[in-house]
Design a protein around this ligand. Structure first.
Ligand code: HEC
Ligand code: HEC
Ligand code: HEC
Length: 468
């Protein structure tokens, strides 16, 4: 809560600043148009727009749980209050049916609505500003051909003065850089495609970068240095990547496109819909993003590479259908000290699946391969242990039971300490008591994200980044 107050204090300064340039901050209205008939748009353009919308995760934020796609209403909690995603179906009254393409492109480029009001950066226009005119045209064609839904936008729950949109002009002046994407001529087309998608529509750093007190992403060396999203840690994707087995282009392509990777595990929480959406596109798009991200990670140090080689050599991955040894015959070290509750819980509850060598995605990862155990906070293993990993509806998929009922907070803390000590080369985590309590309070909600890699619209898209 301290953070919130500091943020508000600073924001007050911005408010006064904002008052000074009201004239500057004013944006004009773009005249309403008659809603364009669906037939006006070429099917090929609409399809291109569908693919781009998948990269941009538009449906994830703009759909309320159980609501119609793109009709808005999803609450986005921020440290400053709750902002509701709006209705972006072509309904003329409650959606964007009367927006011209120019109005739509302006909203993506500078975060201003058709009537000229500043939009909250919970809408990641600080990234979408990089989207080309041609791609905005395709996105517009896609949205204008969706089913119009009558759904009044919900009023945001923000304290004064944050509820005054003019304040956003101050925020933008400080933190927002309008810009089109500049390709790096020193890099090839695949790298540049990846940079365009990752930094623009894909807005990876909205979750994977740390933010300042005013909710703006930190830049420079902090770019993609790891962030937070809905109670999950979004690991560093730059040279600080904590992955025990360094990512390469092939493994990262597989992870982004399939939602899991043999030596890195499956994507959970707010990352799962990102991968589910990327999985609907040609694999080349995931490969482009992977090429760009791996270049930012750089060459792993010789020590890190050596450790990864040792880990890989130790791991036995059994081919599908092989007879898998039961727990107990494993080489993974398990402390037998009876005083060590964490080791005992692990041996009894976890080892059967995580040390059995069953191939992913159905088997559990060896935890010395897991970024979750080597990450900067225990937030992700806490979420996974409490809520488990539910199988996707109607499909075969990875299953891990949740232990919220079976383990109390102290037992989970012991288990975490044991896993960190045994399966990573990192120093112990800070006391996880608060994180465990918070994760319990969020309840099963966060863990219940389905691994729906087959559809562009996750059935219950309730996760999104806490932007702004
Ligand atoms: C991280 C969540 C998030 C994602 C992802 C997202 N939006 Fe939004 N969007 C919002 C929120 C929240 C608002 C409302 C902002 C406000 O009220 O100031 C918004 C507003 C908009 C608006 C302005 C609508 C209006 O009624 O004023 C448009 C247009 C829009 N989004 C289009 C898109 C498109 C296209 C995509 C995908 C390329 C997308 N959004 C992805 C959260 C998101
Ligand atoms: C809505 C927030 C969000 C967005 C947007 C997002 N991520 Fe993630 N990402 C996460 C979270 C949270 C995790 C941790 C998930 C887990 O533990 O399974 C994660 C995990 C990952 C991992 C696994 C890292 C590791 O070492 O195990 C990679 C790689 C990754 N994201 C890449 C990307 C890329 C590339 C993009 C943009 C195309 C992206 N992410 C966009 C939230 C996000
Ligand atoms: C019925 C089998 C099963 C049991 C029992 C089980 N898990 Fe899992 N676990 C899985 C599967 C499957 C996954 C998803 C694949 C993956 O990412 O490892 C998973 C994922 C995980 C992950 C994320 C690994 C990563 O980075 O991808 C952690 C951490 C984890 N489990 C910890 C535990 C702990 C701790 C216990 C015991 C309290 C436990 N598991 C019990 C099957 C199981």
């Amino acid at each position: 809560m301290k953070l919130r107050h500091a943020g508000l204090g600073l924001l007050a300064i911005v408010v006064f600043g904002a008052a000074g340039f009201t004239a500057y901050a004013w944006e004009s209205e773009i005249a309403p148009v008659e809603r364009a008939a669906s037939e006006r748009f070429e099917p090929a353009l609409v399809k291109q727009g569908a693919d781009l919308a998948a990269v941009g995760n538009c449906v994830v934020c703009h759909t309320a749980p159980g609501g119609k796609p793109f009709a808005g209403g999803l609450p986005l909690p921020t440290p400053f209050g709750t902002i509701y995603a709006t209705n972006i179906t072509p309904d003329p009254e409650t959606g964007i049916g009367r927006w011209s393409e120019a109005a739509f492109t302006r909203s993506m480029r500078v975060g201003v609505d058709r009537e000229g009001r500043h939009l909250y950066p919970a809408f990641p226009y600080d990234h979408f500003t990089l989207v080309s005119d041609a791609d905005n045209r395709a996105l517009y064609a896609y949205l204008m051909t969706r089913e119009p839904v009558v759904a009044e936008p919900l009023p945001n729950e923000l304290p004064f003065p944050l509820n005054v949109r003019l304040v956003l002009a101050g925020w933008k002046l400080l933190f927002f850089r309008e810009g089109t994407f500049e390709a790096d001529p020193a890099k090839d087309d695949v790298w540049n495609r990846g940079a365009y998608l990752a930094e623009g529509l894909g807005h990876c750093s909205a979750c994977h970068s740390p933010r300042n007190l005013l909710g703006a992403e930190k830049r420079g060396d902090d770019h993609l240095a790891g962030g937070e999203s809905e109670g999950w840690t979004a690991y560093a994707l730059n040279a600080a990547s904590p992955a025990p087995i360094p990512w390469d282009v092939d493994s990262l392509t597989h992870y982004l496109h399939q939602g899991w990777e043999a030596r890195h595990g499956i994507a959970r929480g707010p990352m799962a819909p990102v991968n589910a959406n990327l999985g609907t596109l040609p694999e080349a798009e995931s490969r482009a993003i992977a090429t760009y991200i791996v270049s930012l990670m750089g060459e792993p140090s010789p020590e890190r590479r050596q450790r990864a080689e040792t880990l890989t050599a130790e791991a036995t991955i059994h081919p599908p259908g092989a007879v898998v040894p039961s727990a107990g015959s494993q080489t993974v070290p398990v402390a037998h000290d009876s005083a060590d509750r964490g080791a005992a819980i692990y041996a009894a509850a976890c080892s059967t699946c995580h040390d059995a060598g069953r191939p992913l995605p159905y088997g559990g990862l060896r935890l010395d391969h897991s970024t979750a155990i080597s990450g900067p906070t225990p937030a992700n293993p806490i979420n996974v242990v409490l809520n488990g990993i539910p199988a996707p509806e109607g499909e075969r998929g990875p299953i891990m039971p949740g232990y919220a009922g079976a383990l109390d907070d102290g037992q989970i803390a012991d288990l975490l300490a044991y896993m960190r000590r045994t399966y990573s080369d990192k120093p112990p985590w800070d006391d996880p008591a608060d994180l465990i309590a918070e994760a319990r309070a969020r309840g099963a909600e966060n863990g219940q994200r389905s691994l729906d890699t087959g559809s562009a619209a996750p059935a219950n898209p309730s996760k999104r980044e806490p932007t702004w």
